[in-house]
Write a protein that binds this ligand. Structure first.
Ligand code: BT5
Length: 278
């Protein structure tokens, strides 16, 4: 019989050889809202889809849905998110922010700030935010964020905040321009576990979310400008109907990126893809 199976039958192997378990994530977590309830799945189509269904059934704010792998991980606008098993963190949070549709745009930004801080704290890597939803290290995308909301009669009923982080994902499992934390670490040595990173992420999200609920945009916008990959750089932004080019500046109160066009006009961009940075 296979040595690994024998060890498991004897109970020699810790039950979480490399698996995220709810009780380990929640132990002494000490967050107020985020991660009050944690559910860990093995493989799902998409944690966002699962969390959405749970939110519709009334699952409380702060519920965190993790999966080891995703078969149909979602990016924005119908794109896909490569989610190989046990290599990354794939999490979706249920939030009930009692905010306007406009204000909930800030949730993606507060998530980006939280991810960048959690990566910096656990790995020491220089994680930066490429507006609106990417985390880059040395110019490579290591994390993406997808928030989806459910509205009723113009009011936000809940938001599902999905975050995917490549922790030890291999090069061949990723598209061009992407990387993993492991690949970016000197000697490609991980000195922390997915569990450490997941717990730190929940703590940072809790902090930023509480600031957002208590004080609105001020805190997240300050944090964002300290971590921004774009500020002062020349960018091309693909909008739904056109492409604009100019100098990226700060964000406005709603989290829109202010781009100063060559004719001096300042355009506020609420949604788009940054394709070129110089
Ligand atoms: C995103 O979309 O970056 C949002 C990704 C959100 C993923 C999380 S995982 C947990 C939760 N459950 C889900 O189903 N989704 C969320 P976007 O900006 O549209 O970027 C998508 C593009 O990034 C793709 O078209 C690829 O080019 C690239 N990509 C795909 N997988 C990647 C990966 N693992 N790492 C880096 N880039 C990737």
């Amino acid at each position: 019989m296979d040595e690994q199976i024998l060890k498991m039958l004897r109970g020699d192997l810790p039950k979480s050889v490399n698996q995220l378990l709810a009780e380990e994530i929640m132990r002494q977590l000490k967050t107020r809202v985020i991660g009050r309830k944690v559910i860990c799945y093995n493989t799902v189509d998409s944690t966002n889809t699962v969390a959405f269904a749970l939110a519709e059934q009334g699952m409380p704010e702060g519920t965190a849905v993790f999966a080891e792998g995703q078969k149909k991980g979602k990016g924005r606008l119908g794109r896909n998110w490569s989610s190989p098993k046990a290599k990354g963190i794939y999490i979706s949070l249920i939030l009930r922010p009692h905010a306007s549709v406009r204000a909930t745009g800030l949730i993606t930004l507060l998530a980006a700030v939280s991810v960048a801080q959690a990566i910096r704290k656990t790995s020491g890597l220089n994680a930066l935010i490429r507006w609106p939803n990417d985390i880059l290290i040395n110019n490579k995308k290591v994390c993406g964020i997808l928030s989806e909301m459910h509205t009723q009669a113009g009011l936000v009923k809940f938001v599902v905040l999905g975050i995917g982080i490549n922790v030890s994902t291999a090069r061949h499992q990723l598209p061009p321009g992407a990387s993993s934390l492991k690949e970016q670490l000197p000697g490609q040595r991980l000195h922390f576990s997915r569990l450490d990173l997941a717990r730190e992420l929940l703590r940072q999200l809790d902090r930023e979310y509480l600031y957002f609920k208590d004080q609105g945009s001020a805190h997240v916008l300050t944090q964002w400008s300290n971590l921004s990959f774009l500020s002062g750089k020349r960018v091309q932004v693909v909008l739904q109907e056109k492409v604009i080019e100019g100098l990226a500046q700060d964000l406005d109160d709603a989290g829109a990126l202010i781009v100063r066009l060559d004719n001096g006009f300042k355009q506020h961009v609420l949604a788009g893809d940054v394709v070129k940075v110089r």
